[in-house]
Structure formats: C-alpha cells, structure tokens
Design a protein around this ligand. Structure first.
Ligand code: ATP
Length: 324
C-alpha cells in the first residue's frame, strides 16, 4: 500500500490532531504517503489535499480543533457528490481511507467504500461519545473535563447567591456528557434524552434536595425531551416561586481546548492501530476501545446501533440525593 487518505469530519473534537499526527507518522515510517484532505468530505469532493510530512504534524498533539479542518457536507450524501470525490481519490491513486469522526462520518465512509471498492477504517472522534462499539470516543474525556470545570465555577456563584442553576451541556441525541458530568461535578439532578422529564417531579425533587443548602445544580442535555436549560427553568419556575433560578448554556467551549492526556493517548493509539489494521487487510471497520484494549469491529454495527449511556448510573445518582 502506497497512499492512504485521511480526513477529520463532522463536529471537531479535541484529540483529532493527535490522531492525524499518529496516522501520518506511522504511515511515513512504513513508507506510505499519508494524504490529508481538508474539511472532510467537502475537501475530497473539491480535491483539496496535502501530502503530509513529519513537519506538518510537529507540535499539534496538544492543540484542540483539527489542522485538517472539518465540515458538514450535504452534497456528499448524494450519489453525484460522492462521484466527484471518487474521481479525485482515483486520480490521486488513493488505496485506502481513514476517517476520523462520528457516526455520520462512518455512514459516509461505508457507502463510499462500497461505491469505490476501497478499504476504509473509521476512528471514533466526537465529543458526544455516542458511537456504539467503543467505550470512549476521541474528545469526550476533554469535553467532560471542560464541563466539570465550568460547573465547579457555576457552583461557586450559585452557592454565594443561594441559587438553583440549570446548566445545559451538549448531547442532542445522547446523554453521555450530561450523565457523567453530573456524577463528576456532584450535581443534584440530571436530565437526559434517554429518560422522560417530568417537570413537576424535577421541581419537587429540587425543593427536597435544596433544604438547608446554598445551591443546587441541574445538568440538562441539550436534547432532553423537556427542552434546553432555559426552557426547563421556565417550566419549573411556577413550581419553585420561592427560589432564585438561573440557567447557563455552556455551548461551544465544550468542543475546544487542549486535549486531555487520556484523549491524546487514545487518539495516538487509535491512529497507529488503524494503519496497522489496513496493512493487515482489514476494511469497512471501525476502531473501538474496550477497557484498556483497542478492538476492530464492522463499521455497519456502529452505524446501525444507537449508543446509550449506562442508565444504572441514574439510579446510583438517585441514591446519592441529599435528603432534607
Ligand atoms: P458528530 O457526532 O460530531 O456530529 P458526525 O460524523 O456524526 O459527527 P455528521 O454531520 O452527521 O457528523 O456527518 C459528517 C458528514 O458525513 C456529513 O456532513 C456528510 O458529509 C457525511 N454523511 C453523513 N451521513 C451520510 C450518509 N447517510 N451518506 C453519505 N454521507 C453522509
């Protein structure tokens, strides 16, 4: 194998650069030319690429975002869009493809692989951790730490003013960030898309837990069925007239920042492993992390199954409530 293409695609995630670095260096050490396409499938369609050398990936392991850029590319969802990409890949003598991104990226890679008959490997890179088949996705640990840091700060001000704070975190379809940040930040309550939100029950529970306390924190996943943090706060408000309620939407700070040690290691290991797997003849697979091990799984399995956080953690949180 002489030329492997790589992209970062979908939402950016801290650690993507560490992965690009690892793939690049591993390829070069094996005599393979790594070809980075810019802005995910968009750059593939527009033939914007660079053959990567060692110096291109110097000093990027610690940087958030992605040096290759990323995009959400609607045209790639069409046969004509993918045809443009295939012509470019063939002209460029690309023999295999590594895609770092979320489940949408994997879907695109899987279709492209079948239409072009080219091996592809997907590496899970998304802050949401919502890919089945892997315990961790690249960027999730960093995002979680960013959320915890923000909630710690909100707790300081909430406690000073006797406030109940609704903090909205990312997670349109999955509650991984919300549930695990709630555990790690000691939040009083958490609302996630996987569980129906009963507004009255939320209000009653907060009143119970708030007795004798200076603050309460409720973590709200943006995709919760009761709404975002602001909406939930407004709905709860008539039932908690005697309390001061506030909300905060953490937004895009959750995507940025230098990757954690965990994400750097995960990304580096997954990058090197993906090239190794291609050289062993694997195709249409994704890399996963199970415990301390890296595993390789059919990409189909990852895109068909919705990843769900461990809901027994909700029960545990319930048993850690502060009773008045
Ligand atoms: P994140 O989890 O961070 O949102 P993602 O990879 O799931 O990342 P998407 O925007 O869903 O992000 O997908 C990335 C890109 O993959 C899309 O912009 C599109 O170009 C391509 N893609 C997604 N779904 C398909 C599909 N069904 N067919 C072809 N291409 C697709």
């Amino acid at each position: 194998m002489k030329r492997i293409a790589l992209i970062t695609s979908g939402g950016d995630a801290p650690g993507m650069n560490a992965c690009v670095r690892s793939i690049t260096k591993y390829c070069l050490n094996k005599g393979i030319v790594p070809v980075g396409y810019f802005d995910g499938y968009q750059g593939m369609m527009e033939n914007r690429f660079q053959e990567l050398g060692f110096t291109d990936v110097d000093n990027i392991i610690h940087r958030g975002g992605t040096v290759l850029g990323t995009a959400r590319c609607e045209e790639f969802r069409t046969v004509d869009g993918r045809k443009r990409a295939i012509i470019n890949l063939k002209e460029n003598k690309i023999e295999a493809l590594i895609c770092i991104g979320g489940d949408g990226t994997f879907l695109g890679a899987n279709i492209l692989s079948k239409e072009m008959n080219i091996p592809v490997i997907g590496i899970p890179g998304t802050i949401d951790n919502d890919i089945s088949g892997t315990d961790h996705t690249i960027g999730y640990d960093t995002a979680l730490n960013t959320v915890i840091d923000a909630v710690d700060k909100i707790r300081d001000t909430a406690g000073s003013h006797h406030r109940v704070f609704f903090v909205e975190v990312m997670g349109r379809n999955a509650g991984f960030i919300a549930l695990n940040s709630a555990i790690a930040s000691g939040a009083e309550s958490v609302l996630i898309p996987e569980e129906h939100t009963d507004i009255l029950a939320v209000a009653n529970d907060l009143k119970e837990q708030n007795k004798g306390r200076r603050s309460s924190i409720v973590i709200v996943a943006e995709g919760d069925d009761g709404g975002g943090a602001r909406e939930i706060m407004n709905k709860v408000s008539p039932h908690m007239k005697e309390y001061t309620l506030r909300y905060s939407i953490l937004g895009h700070i959750q995507r940025g920042g230098s990757p954690s040690a965990f994400d750097r290691m995960l990304a580096t290991r997954m990058g090197a492993f993906s090239v190794e797997q291609l050289l062993e003849g694997k195709s249409n697979c994704m890399i996963g992390a199970r415990g301390d091990d890296l595993v390789i799984l059919p990409i189909d399995a990852a895109v068909k199954i919705q990843a769900v956080p461990d809901l027994s953690k909700l029960k545990m949180l319930h048993n850690l409530r502060t009773m008045g």
